[in-house]
Design a protein around this ligand. Sequence first.
Ligand code: SAH
Length: 601
Amino acid sequence: MNAPAIVILGAGALETARRIQMLYAGSQVYALQGRVAADVPYTELGAQLRELYASGTPIVALCAAGIVIRCVAPLLANKGVEPPVLAVAEDGSAVVPLLGGLAGVNVMAREIAAALNVSPAITTSGELRFGTCVLNPPEGYALADIGQGKRFVSDLLAGESTRVEGEAPWLDDAQLPRSASARLAIRVTPRAWDGRDDELVIHPRSVVVAVSGGAGAGAAADGAAGSAAGSASAGVAASTGAASAYTSSAGIAANVRAALNEHGLATLSLAALLAASDRMTDPALAEAAASLNVPLRFAQTRPEDGAPPSNLLHAALRLPYETLHDDPDAGVALALTPLAIDANTIGMGRGRLTVIGLGPGSAELMVPAARLALDHATDILGYETYVKMAGPFRAEQRVHGTDNREELQRARHAFELASAGRSVVMVSSGDPGVFAMAAAVLEALEAAANDAWSAVELAIVPGVSAALATAAQAGAPLGHDFCMLSLSDNLKPWSIIETRLRHAAEADLVMAFYNPISRARPWQLDKALDIVRAYRAAATPVVLGRDIGRPGSTLRTVTLGELRSSDVDMRTMVIVGSSTTRRFAKGVEGGEWVYTPRWYE
Ligand code: SAH
């Protein structure tokens, strides 16, 4: 489950919110801007609640239940994700689960109520009677059919008793009306439900399916123009007309379903799809796993052991299991474990490296995809200051903050972690592709020419760059053609910077200067301004944004003539206007707008 969003409207709720926050690692307190400050500010309650709800984020709203209901009502007709939604009284005196019965809202209500020392307002009849939601089995188990589940629970509520068959440890404490001779049965089994209405079937995720591994299948999957000839294993498949089983996601998924069917196993009993690690980048496998709705895991077999899929099971499973099906020709083997198995313990997953930008500093200016990557990360790397800005993190997330400025080394460290199967996030400020880590990561990857690194699922998530954040505050100084320049001569010769400045000035581009000055580079900014002044009028507006989006930010507009390098430090963005950049007073508010018109004379 995602960490919940705890939403408050005023300072009176903050203390209760913080107590609830302690229960859920990674949770954040959302506070109405202007009324109270917490972790994430928002401006409109309804829009904020609907956004959270639509993204499947559990909501704990510290306000009247009616307000919450009205806010999310427009989304309720839409079946789909229904995250837990609870209303909690500001003073912590009442906890009311509202929505998300199948997503564990009552469990949360009990947890929160226990922490606040009150009784939760549980209204679900089955749950009240039996002390647990029979239809909401724990992680690792899946209900075969919700419609049948509801009928079954109403039979129990009408007075019937039930048997429990199979391992269901979470039902041990439930006050279920049990009887060994009952007509009804709760059956915990990987076997498919046969439609009997006197059974509630719950599947433990206890089946692992391995699909043909080895280089032969891998080469076929890479799809040299659909030719199935060549590899030994594909030769057999081709003769049975099943070549696509190796190469297309539909073929793989169909083969898996057929093997499950043959043994009467439910698809919902699948814990993972397993393949050889040399197929990590095969999109057909990823699609097949997605269509079967299970994680994709990998194992490496020794070349001398060959590619039969049962060898993959042997290499990946560390618990006892029974091999139910082993068909090297069809390229499928099935393993059944005695209990539900955690997919994370099967072989290894495909590692991931996501390079994100935090934006200039404040949480609202971080794009949601970056937030999501941080939430799912096992490891977070980056320059200490930025890593701190990206937190707080859950206890199990590993943070590798460093004041090490050696970016290539950090990039290599990220690949090392990711190629071992971890989900790594590399943090930059602003946009990761603008004078930041994304280029260093690609440089490290290209130079290493390492197959394991290339198999890492690499993604770069854009962010709001300092020039854009500063420009937006000032108005629209980048409204026409512009360029971004770093004045740092750490990684390029100063002569190149001078040439670029001259050409940009001559071309009448607005210029955004990153890294304008530092203790180690004290004279470069003055030199740069001298060059620009040779082309631009002294009255040209220059926007100076310092610590934009962070506490204590300042924004000033001066003229090119007035600007002194002492007005600027390494936390400043300098935007030098073009010949057409204009400024005018805002009016009553004070201050002024700066913009560069879209047209040219
Ligand atoms: N990747 C970052 C830039 C890193 S270079 C981005 O896209 O924003 C670092 C330079 O960016 C600093 O020297 C400063 O010029 C500028 N900068 C970064 N954050 C800033 C902020 N919050 N306010 C103003 N300038 C900032």
